[in-house]
Each structure stands twice: as structure tokens, then as C-alpha cells.
Write a protein that binds this ligand. Structure first.
Ligand SMILES: O=C(O)C1=C[C@@H](OP(=O)(O)O)[C@@H](O)[C@H](O)C1
Ligand SMILES: C=C(OP(=O)(O)O)C(=O)O
Length: 433
């Protein structure tokens, strides 16, 4: 009997026939691109971003800012020019499934004159929003709703002041208020009360981009951030490659053996994804960062690990895929907040890895992955780009594995399959940033 035909959204993940030898040019960082776009829209003058990420999350951010009055256009193939203008409603904002759009823009919409309505994908309606919307209410901004869909009735200005919130569900609640806070009359002081904030490097990134734009930020006390009211200077920046999106390619060197190189890897960065270097080293890779970029070498052996991913939850799906092919059980912890990401990532990973044959236990705040012989099946992605990338990593060693709805990679890396194929051909001639 022949196999049933593949759904057109399904992708037969390529199997690695031998060691890899590839240079992969990774497109720009989602987190940096979307922070730069927001600050550029709030800035005093024209900004320029070179090599921004162009993916669903960043296109939605640009469209949303345009809906509020900002002019954003390509100046040349590599450069976006952003001309700020007074923020205006009425406007409809489609957040898709982008945490950065649904969290970063309500505090911006509060500065617009008029009603701004937010909605997004069905999955986005399940993502936590309460702390940032309640914080805006506490600052006197009229908000209708507690999650998507919701509306904000801006009056053109926000008084600002001190807000207390629980950011244990997402660091983005804090980043959101800090990004817009300099434009509030009294600035903003955000105080976190609750369990530890996840993804702290992402808040450090927010603080750094604000300081680069001339904003004074005091982050000297734990769990408290103060943004002084001030003008935001225009930006003229090159966007770093997205280090979390580099992870599946680097992981491939461990699975298939061989070497993967990522040029332009920053030597200092606020991207949490930089931690992939230490994690792959712990799993047995030979990792080298020099002036040409990052190179990762593997021999097909994957070591197990016990790791706290609280700061860098984005890497979990790819690390879990590696753990399922490691030489002993692994424990990934500190990641309870992943239940509120694109999907409940802990449940999704446990289900999909178990379907292939792994023995996976979901704990309160993570996963225990016991490697077993894997057999091919359909790997479901739950509209989660990082699940799709994890499926690709597994497919290198599981011939016949099918990744369902591969198109979901478009959230942050629309060229993923092209880059993946080029990596397996041992070259990166088609990669674009
Ligand atoms: O601020 C950002 O750019 C991000 C913060 C993190 O969110 P959480 O704090 O919700 O984990 C991260 O996982 C997400 O991919 C991007
Ligand atoms: C959690 C993620 O995205 P978002 O910005 O939508 O929260 C992610 O990219 O892994």
C-alpha cells in the first residue's frame, strides 16, 4: 500500500545522510527589530534600521505602528526608514500570535488620541495580558477587556507614575511599559511583585536599547525599573542576527556531526539566545567564537544535561529535541512560563516527543526527557514556530518524520526551510538576512 499523500502544509523533514559543513547567515533578531520599531515610532526624528527581521511578527508590528500614524518604508533593500508622527486612533491592530505586538503596543496606544482595538489569532487570545492592561488602568488609561480582544481609549497623553505588577508570566509586561514610559509625563516606575521574572535578559535588552536612544533608566534595584520622562533620540542601527533562530542550525551539527558556522555572531549582546553556546558545549559540542563568527562542531554524540532555562525559554523546543537523542536522561527546568507562550510548550513537547517514542515527564516547571529509539510520525506544531524547528532537528535522525504546518516558521524565520535545505547541501548560497 502506498503512503497517504502529504497535506500541502506538511513537510517531510530532511534526513542527514552524513556530516554537515555549512555557513548559515541568520536573519535579524525579532526581539531587537520589534523594540527598535517601537522606539523609532516614539522618537523625535527619522530612524533607520539596517537588516531588520522581516517575518510575520515584525511585519505585524510595522503594520500596527502604521495604523497609528507612523510612516515606515524601505529606503533600500536592507534599510527601513521610520518617520514618527503624532499617534492617532481610531485603529485596529492585528497582533497575530506575536507576544511583542500584543504586549508592547498597548502602552504605545495609550499615547494615541482615539480608540485602538487589538485582536489576534485564536491562540493569541489564550496568552496572558492581564498584568500589562491592569498596569495601564492603574496609570489612568481607559482599557476595555482583560485579554485579546481589548480596546484602549487614548487621550493623547499618559500621566505616568509608579505601577506594581506580577511579571512572573512574562518579562514582556515589564518591557512594554519601559519602552513607552519615557513619553509619559512623569515617566514610569515598574515594580514587580511575585515569583521570579522569566527571560530577564530580554528586560536588559529593553533597558539597553532605551539607553542607546538617550533615555535614562535606573535598573539598580532588583525587580524595579525607573524610566525618566524624556525625548527618545532617533535610531540608526544594524540589527544583530537572531541567535535563538540560529539554534536549530547549530544543533544540527551535534545531531548529524560536522560543523555549522554562523557569521556575524555578536561578541557582546543582550540576546538571551547567546546562551546556546554554553548549552551546546555542555551537550558535547566544540564551540568557537572568533572574528569570523560562531562555529559549532559535533560528532553525532549528544550529551544529556540538567539546565535551568528560565532566562532563555525560547531555546527549549530545540534543546528538548536534542535531549530526546542524547545518551542519557535530561532535565529542563525553570520554564513554567512556557505554558503561556505560542502554545503550552511543555505539553506540546511532551506529547510530540512521546509520539515519536521518547519517555517524557512534564513537571511543574519543566520536562524530564528520557531518550528512547525514535520512529517516524507526524510532529504537530501547534502554530508554534519553535516546535516546527524542533521537528526539523529530530528529522535529521528520524527518516520519514513529517513536520505538520511547517509554514508556522514564518512567525520569525520565513526562510527556514530554504536555509535548512542549503545547510544540508553543505552551503548557504541562498541564505538571506
Ligand atoms: O521581549 C521579548 O522580545 C521576548 C521575551 C520573552 O518572552 P517571555 O518573557 O514571555 O518568555 C521571549 O520568550 C520572547 O520570545 C521574546
Ligand atoms: C515566546 C516567543 O515569542 P513571543 O514574542 O510571541 O512571546 C518565541 O519566539 O519563542
Amino acid at each position: 500500500m502506498s503512503n497517504p499523500p502529504l497535506d500541502p502544509h506538511d513537510w517531510q523533514a530532511p534526513h542527514a545522510a552524513g556530516p554537515i559543513d555549512a555557513d548559515i547567515t541568520v536573519p535579524g533578531s525579532k526581539s531587537l527589530t520589534n523594540r527598535y520599531l517601537v522606539l523609532a515610532a516614539l522618537a523625535a526624528d527619522t530612524s533607520r534600521l539596517r537588516l531588520p527581521l522581516e517575518s510575520r511578527d515584525t511585519l505585524l508590528m510595522a503594520d500596527a505602528l502604521r495604523a497609528l500614524g507612523t510612516r515606515i518604508a524601505h529606503e533600500d533593500a536592507e534599510t527601513l526608514r521610520i518617520d514618527p508622527a503624532p499617534l492617532q486612533g481610531p485603529a485596529q491592530i492585528d497582533c497575530g500570535l506575536a507576544g511583542t505586538v500584543m504586549r508592547f503596543l498597548p502602552p504605545v496606544a495609550a499615547l494615541a488620541r482615539g480608540r485602538v482595538h487589538f485582536d489576534g489569532d485564536e491562540g493569541a487570545r489564550r496568552r496572558p495580558m492581564g498584568p500589562v492592561l491592569d498596569a495601564l488602568r492603574a496609570l489612568g488609561v481607559p482599557v476595555e477587556g482583560d485579554g485579546l480582544p481589548f480596546s484602549i481609549e487614548g487621550s493623547g497623553r499618559v500621566a505616568g507614575g509608579t505601577v506594581h505588577l506580577d511579571a512572573s508570566g512574562s518579562s514582556q509586561f515589564v518591557s512594554a511599559l519601559l519602552l513607552a514610559g519615557a513619553r509619559y509625563d512623569d515617566g514610569v516606575t515598574v515594580v514587580h511583585d511575585g515569583k521570579p521574572v522569566p527571560s530577564l535578559p530580554h528586560i536588559e535588552m529593553t533597558v539597553e536599547v532605551l539607553r542607546d536612544a538617550g533615555v535614562i533608566v535606573d535598573d539598580s534595584d532588583a525587580n524595579q525599573w525607573r524610566v525618566e520622562p524624556s525625548e527618545i533620540f532617533a535610531l540608526d542601527v544594524d540589527v544583530e542576527p537572531d541567535l535563538s533562530n540560529a539554534a536549530p542550525f547549530l544543533a544540527a551539527a551535534l545531531v548529524a556531526g560536522g560543523e555549522v558556522r554562523v557569521p556575524a555572531w555578536p561578541h557582546t549582546t543582550t540576546q538571551a539566545g547567546d546562551q546556546i553556546r554554553d548549552i551546546l558545549d555542555m551537550m558535547g559540542a566544540e564551540v568557537r567564537l572568533d572574528r569570523d563568527g560562531l562555529s559549532v562542531r559535533g560528532d553525532g554524540q549528544i550529551g544529556s544535561l540538567d539546565v535551568d532555562l528560565h532566562d532563555v525559554g525560547e531555546l527549549t523546543p530545540v534543546i528538548a529535541a536534542l535531549a530526546a537523542m542524547a545518551d542519557a536522561p535530561s532535565h529542563l527546568h525553570g520554564i513554567a512560563h512556557l505554558r503561556g507562550h505560542e502554545t503550552d510548550r511543555l505539553a506540546a513537547l511532551a506529547t510530540e516527543l512521546s509520539r515519536l517514542g521518547s519517555e517524557v515527564t512534564e513537571t511543574d516547571d519543566g520536562l524530564i526527557v528520557r531518550p528512547r529509539a525514535l520512529s517516524p510520525d507526524v510532529f504537530h506544531t501547534y502554530a508554534d514556530h519553535r516546535m516546527a524547528m524542533a521537528g526539523a532537528v529530530l528529522g535529521l535522525r528520524v527518516p520519514g518524520l513529517v513536520v505538520q504546518d511547517i509554514g508556522t516558521v514564518a512567525k520569525t524565520l520565513p526562510t527556514f526551510t530554504t536555509l535548512w535545505d542549503s545547510m544540508l547541501r553543505g552551503a548557504d548560497r541562498v541564505g538571506t538576512r
